[in-house]
Write a protein that binds this ligand. Structure first.
Ligand code: SF4
Length: 103
């Protein structure tokens, strides 16, 4: 029995970020697992939370200078905990949230 070594030397298929994100499945809760203290947000000159989230969950509402939280887009990476002076993040309730498919 011969083995075709070339078959095993093929590079892994590279997925784009969009293709990888498409593999993430999510079961949405009707309750947000992320809260923002709006007065703390308004007082923050850096507003780091607008830039730190890879899923861009936090958006500036320019009409009233508040922070919009699109918690349904959360990837549960935990990066926003760095800017937790005015954000509150907890795990989604059991049965809700993201499911990753690796590979
Ligand atoms: S856990 Fe990650 S994806 Fe979710 S809101 Fe925080 S930074 Fe964004």
């Amino acid at each position: 029995m011969s083995i075709d070594v070339r078959k095993y030397l093929q590079p892994h298929k590279c997925l784009t970020l969009e293709e990888r994100l498409a593999l993430v499945k999510c079961r949405f809760d009707d309750r947000s697992h992320i809260e923002v203290d709006q007065s703390g947000f308004r007082a923050d000159p850096d507003r780091a939370v607008l830039f730190i989230c890879p899923a861009q969950v936090f958006k500036l509402n320019e009409t009233d200078d508040s922070c919009i939280v699109n918690y349904e887009d959360c990837l549960e990476c935990g990066a926003c905990q760095v800017a937790r002076r005015y954000t509150s993040w907890r795990n989604p309730r059991g049965g809700y949230g993201v499911t990753y498919h690796y590979g």
